[in-house]
Design a protein around this ligand. Structure first.
Ligand SMILES: Nc1ncnc2c1ncn2[C@@H]1O[C@H](COP(=O)(O)OP(=O)(O)OP(=O)(O)O)[C@@H](O)[C@H]1O
Ligand SMILES: [Mg+2]
Length: 302
């Protein structure tokens, strides 16, 4: 964890949100509070439907909190901005553009006047190569798999060099090997750039491996922060070495206990579900793809 040069880099303060429904307002989040330091890697974990994406969307500036708010470096967040790139849970690449062009759109927006045409091209290719998409960068979203779309979304977000990277189950639709590779790249990139990351995940091991802190959310409605766990593992982290460390085992156990013993859902409380619980929420939809970066332009398009 890097030390903060601003006492409150990112502050989520007393955030509550009511969604309008035919039966009246539905309180999805109730008084969510979280203080995040610059360069910190924070994961949010919780059962399906508890409100994780809603928290992220509020930080992204896409949803407006009914009460409370978000402050980034002293300024209130009330709209999307390129300093907060999002990799969404659902696919949100522009379908008529190739992978390259999807990344280009974001890069042009952020680096116009700062990078030359050739530099931008190199930068776009660099980021697509990082996520192993260099071989298919001129394909359109309907010509590539869900996992590939997800990777383009990650490349697009990284290419914006955002201060805050908001990731909604970014590795959910990937095979285990690609997932591990991208988790490692994400740790490397983050340690180089020092950006703040908020990542939603259902995967307990992923949360422990990547995070400085794990925010565990209670079940909805009116979900809130239940507990926050500090992960005191040294960096750089090697997944094989970590797996044996007492601190790793302690953190993993603490998260599992929170999710499946203290805040278990009825459906997840059978012995079979408990065994399967180690690495995901049974309720989650399969193979959620992902992607997108946030900006005023792409927010509308998404
Ligand atoms: N735009 C909306 N209008 C009405 N209700 C909504 C809206 N967005 C989310 N909700 C409700 O708010 C709650 C939280 O939803 P959210 O998508 O944040 O959950 P989540 O924790 O991200 O779930 P998952 O793990 O399945 O992605 C759910 O009950 C959901 O139905
Ligand atoms: Mg979600």
């Amino acid at each position: 964890m890097t030390t903060s040069n601003h006492p409150d880099h990112l502050l989520i303060s007393q955030v509550s949100i009511d969604f309008p429904t035919p039966k009246g307002p539905f309180r999805a989040l109730d008084k969510v509070n979280l203080r995040i330091e610059k360069g910190e890697f924070v994961s949010i974990i919780g059962h399906s439907g508890c409100g994780k994406s809603t928290v992220l969307n509020i930080v992204a500036g896409l949803y407006q909190a009914t009460e409370g708010g978000v402050i980034l470096d002293g300024r209130e967040v009330n709209e999307p901005g390129p300093e907060r790139a999002v990799v969404f849970q659902n696919h949100s690449l522009l379908p008529w553009l190739t992978a390259y062009e999807n990344v280009e759109l974001a890069v042009k927006q952020v680096f116009k006047g700062k990078k030359s045409r050739a530099e931008m091209k190199e930068w776009i290719e660099h980021n697509l190569t990082l996520v192993h998409m260099d071989h298919a960068m001129h394909k359109r979203p309907d010509e590539i798999s869900g996992g590939m779309k997800q990777r383009v979304g990650i490349a697009r977000a990284l290419a914006m060099e955002p201060q805050v990277l908001l990731l909604d189950e970014p590795f959910g639709a990937l095979d285990a090997l690609t997932r591990a590779h991208l988790q490692d790249s994400m740790m490397e990139i983050q340690s180089t750039l020092g950006n703040t990351v908020i990542m939603i995940t259902h995967d307990v091991d992923e949360a422990v491996l990547l995070s400085d802190r794990i925010v565990m959310m209670t079940n909805g409605p009116a979900a809130t922060v239940g507990e926050i766990l500090d992960v005191n593992l040294p960096r750089p982290r090697n997944r094989v070495e970590m797996a044996e460390m007492p601190e790793y085992i302690r953190c993993r156990h603490a998260v599992l206990q929170f999710l499946y013993e203290r805040h278990g859902r009825k459906e997840a409380s059978t012995p079979k579900a408990k065994v399967a619980a180690a690495s995901a929420d049974e309720e989650s939809e399969p193979a959620k793809g992902n992607v997108v970066t946030m900006s005023k332009v792409t927010a509308k398009a998404a």
